[in-house]
Ligand binder design. Structure first.
Ligand code: GUN
Ligand code: ZN
Length: 427
């Protein structure tokens, strides 16, 4: 049994639905008790210390003990091409992404990148990732193996594409179905790993492939499904060309059984009224990727409007279309996008989006993303004065939210004092 001492923050409500101060419980001198990989208790340090006199205590002083961050949309195979200059989506895919993803049939290369990726993201406090792999089963093996060795709860799947990609990077309707099925049978539910059915996006799949993956999802309704929707105008026009009978982009996915709750739709920027209504009705998850949407020049996600209508929303880096591995940087970008849209997000809303909100978007809101008894002990211990610039600003803070905001806007991996996954200390 372990006890961590520091400031603790627990969301008991959604801060988009209630005021930030009633959404969260904060103990300035708090304690988190960990046993068998889970959180046993959270409370004021004075009470907890007396209740568990045998526990091993680590005192983090004034640092914030937070749930680890949950990154709901990444492409780990794009680790080495992050920050590639000068292209919009389709050119960016063809110029940078597809050549790099073509290398992942080599298991040794995939292992190397997967390990680099998890070293980088855990250093920024992320403990759960939802990743696209490549068309190669080797890329999925590498991803799950690297996560498993670190004790991380992660989700991911083989990216399926059978057209509009180079010959080195296409499967077929049948092989996509067969390979996905074999991988999900091997990995789903093993340790802390979950398989996600992963058609890349409508333009790179034939109707036959989308149909096959819809059928596979029908056979395994317990899985999540991830894909992209309405990221750029050129992409949307292309989908309309390729699927002339579809009412809109979402209708393509609906036609093939790929749109319901459990669907994770990346980007979702340029939605029609019908798409917005249907997405709400089916309770699908929309994934906001703010650094990517700015880096690739895609547009502004309507966070305020979609929260108002009760959509389920997750936050994500979209590595490597996104320009950072860090959920702190991603929260900062979400704040900036909110400003451009006329609605600044409160620090509580940003932190919730990176933890409990994102856990809820991937249907794991009762297991991870919250610092409370019964939850898995995935924890980031964060220095709220990690650089001179942040420290001098945080010094003026009059409450927790003001103390948190400089780290949201200016923090990076230097803020991470310690990260725990499933009750085990990674560093
Ligand atoms: N749409 C289809 N594939 C991708 C991808 O890899 N990144 C982004 N940002 N959008 C996509
Ligand atoms: Zn993506």
């Amino acid at each position: 049994m372990e006890i961590l001492l520091g400031q603790t923050l627990t969301f008991t409500n959604d801060p988009f639905k209630t005021s930030p101060d009633t959404a969260a419980t904060h103990h300035e001198r708090g304690a988190v008790v960990i046993e068998n990989g889970k959180i046993l208790a959270v409370g004021p340090a004075a009470d907890i210390g007396e209740a568990y006199p045998q526990a091993q205590v680590t005192d983090y002083g004034n640092a914030l003990i937070s749930p680890g961050f949950v990154d709901t949309h990444v492409h780990y195979p794009q680790t080495a091409i992050i920050a590639s200059w000068g292209k919009r989506l389709i050119d960016w895919l063809n110029s940078y992404t597809f050549p790099e993803e073509s290398r992942f049939g080599d298991r040794a290369y995939a292992d190397r990148v997967a390990n680099t990726y998890f070293d980088l993201v855990t250093a920024t406090g992320t403990t759960t990732t939802v990743s696209y792999c490549t068309i190669h089963p080797e890329s999925v093996e590498a991803y799950f193996t690297a996560a498993q060795s670190r004790g991380l709860r992660v989700l991911g799947g083989k990216t399926c594409m059978d057209r509009n990609a180079p010959d080195t990077l296409v499967d077929s309707a049948q092989s996509a179905y067969d390979d996905s099925k074999a991988l999900l049978k091997k990995w789903h539910g093993v340790d802390r790993l979950s398989y996600v059915i992963t058609p890349r996006f409508a333009p790179t799949s034939t109707p036959e492939q989308l149909d096959a993956l819809g059928a596979l999802w029908g056979e395994h309704p317990e899985l999540m499904m991830q894909t992209h929707i309405s990221e750029q105008h050129e992409e949307i026009a292309w989908v309309q060309d390729l699927f002339p009978k579809a009412r809109d982009y979402l209708d393509v996915y609906e036609t093939f059984g790929l749109a319901r709750d459990g669907a994770l739709f990346g980007h979702a920027i340029h939605l029609t009224e019908r798409e917005r209504d249907r997405l709400r009705e089916m309770d699908a998850s929309l994934i906001h990727c703010p650094t990517s949407n700015m880096f690739i020049g895609s547009g502004l996600f309507d966070m305020a409007g979609l929260m108002e209508t009760g959509h389920r929303i997750g936050l994500a880096t979209d590595t490597g279309g996104g320009s950072s591995f860090s959920m702190l940087r991603t929260m900062a970008a979400a704040y900036e996008v909110g400003q451009l849209s006329g609605t600044p997000l409160h620090p509580a809303q940003l932190w919730w989006l990176a933890t409990a909100g994102s856990a809820n978007a991937i249907h794991l809101g009762d297991m991870i993303g919250t610092l409370a008894p019964g939850y898995e002990a995935d924890i980031a211990v964060i220095d709220l004065a990690s650089t001179p610039a942040i420290a001098q600003r945080a010094d003026r803070a009059e409450d927790l939210w003001q103390a948190l905001f400089p780290t949201i806007m200016m923090g990076d991996d230097r803020a991470m004092i310690s990260v725990w996954a499933g009750g085990k200390k990674l560093f």
